[in-house]
Each structure stands twice: as structure tokens, then as C-alpha cells.
Design a protein around this ligand. Sequence first.
Ligand code: ZN
Length: 303
Amino acid sequence: MNVAGSLYGGVELGGTKCVCILGTGPDDVREQAVVATGRDPVDTLARIETILHRWVGQHGPIDALGIASFGPIDLVRLSPTYGSIRATAKPGWRGTDIASRFAHSCGVPVGCDTDVNAAAIAEGRWGAARELADYAYVTVGTGVGVGLIVDGRPLQGFSHPECGHIRVARMAQDSWPGSCPFHRDCVEGLASGGAIAARAGRAPETLSDDDAVWEYAADALAQLLHTLMLTAAPRRILVGGGVATARPGLLPLIRRRLTRSLGDYLDLDELVGAIDAYVCAPGLGGRAGPLGALALAVDAADR
Ligand code: ZN
């Protein structure tokens, strides 16, 4: 709960940039700043701490801090490496302790989750999934991630799910190897911004809407959504992230392929309503990430 007079800090740690935020929610963002994510985590985190300390000097103390980090990250609370980055394709960051470092440097409770889980939580609190206890947030950006909210909480087992790395059937005659360094042609290896750029030979934003590469991406993403629907039965699926947000034409392609992929197995109209409202854009757009970090802080202060 957000208490009057409270103030929260948030940090969205991304693969290319980190967004620091100060406020209490989408209607009360008092500061926001961006720090490039460098190869040296110690340097990057120190620059973030400098910003947070400056804000505290200007606005007063914060009640808690939320960290929404790229993954994989250890979220098992009793683990000795809780809040640390695990195996990652990002050079230099493996093993970096995030949560306890900020807890020490800021002296407040710290809430930590993946960037995509945090964005999903923000969408549930303030965005396009309000009042839903079961939904999914899919981000298509540098990578492909899924925040799967089940019974009001991000699903968590031995780790947070990494649905962006599930394997999918390839389109007929598609022999492009895929770009995931771990699996080659998983969803992320076929549909992320990096995959689209690698396949097309140029940045996704420079491609026309009718470039064939979007069909490949939509096909892999539709299979991801098919799998999500049949495993977790989310009541809504939001598709956001930098690539999807900048390309509104991608959503209709995904919906069409998803409907075809499911066949008549599910009565979509009866179970989830119209496909256009079921598979939709996030309500917070590009703000879901940093606002997700704030949402984690609000929850950490309540614990
Ligand atoms: Zn993969």
C-alpha cells in the first residue's frame, strides 16, 4: 500500500541502459535519470548510487528501493546468492550482487525481481491488467521475456521462468540458425530485436512493415503465446517491449497466427473474449519497466 508522505526509489537495470526513478507511482514521478549499462558492473552500480544519494539529499529519505533487473537473477529468498545475477550473455555481470549491495548502500528495504516480472506487476497495479490475478506480460526487445503472474504473484519455482527461451517449431523452409547463444533457435533466438537485426542485416526500426522478417518473429511469438495459454491459462496477455511497441503492426500478425495455431481447440470467445482485447499492448507502454521498479519498492516497504 502506498502511504501518504511515502517516497520510493527504483532502478530498472537493463542490458543497455539503467533507468533510475523516484516517486510513488505513474502520476507522481519526481525524478528520472538514465545511466548506460557498462561492461564493469561496479562502475555502473556506483553511478546509480550517486544519483540515488543525490535525490535523497534533494527530496528526503526513501522508504524502500525496488530493483528490476535483467536476468537470470537468483530470486530464491533463502539462497546465499539471493539478488545476484546468474549466467548471462552480458559480459562481466555474472555473479554481480545487486540486492544486498543496494540494501547496504541505501540503508532501506530492497525489493528485487526480474525486469519483466516488475513490468508485469506494474501493469497489474496501474496498467492494462488491473484487477486481474492471472495474466502474462511478454516483452519483445533486446531479448524476449515473460512475466507470468499466477494468483497475483510472479510464478517462481527453482528460478523465475524463462519462457523466452522455449523451443518452437520452425516455419517451413526456414533454415536460418537463430541468434540465441545458448539455444540458437528458441523464441528469443528467432523473435528478439537482436534476432530480427541479425536475420535482416539491419536494425528492426529501419525495416518496412511488410518485410518477411516480421512473419518469422510473429510465428515464434504466436507459438510462445499458444504455450502460455495452454500451460498457465492467463486471462490476458500483454505484448510490450521496445521492438513490439515501436511496431504496432506486429500485434495483428501475432493474433492471426495464434488463432490459427490454436485451431478450434479453445473457444476463445467463450473463455477469454475477443482476441484483440485478449492479446493487447501494455497500458503503461515504455514506462512499465521503471514503474515496475517503483512497484517493487512499494511492496518491499510493506513487508
Ligand atoms: Zn535461448
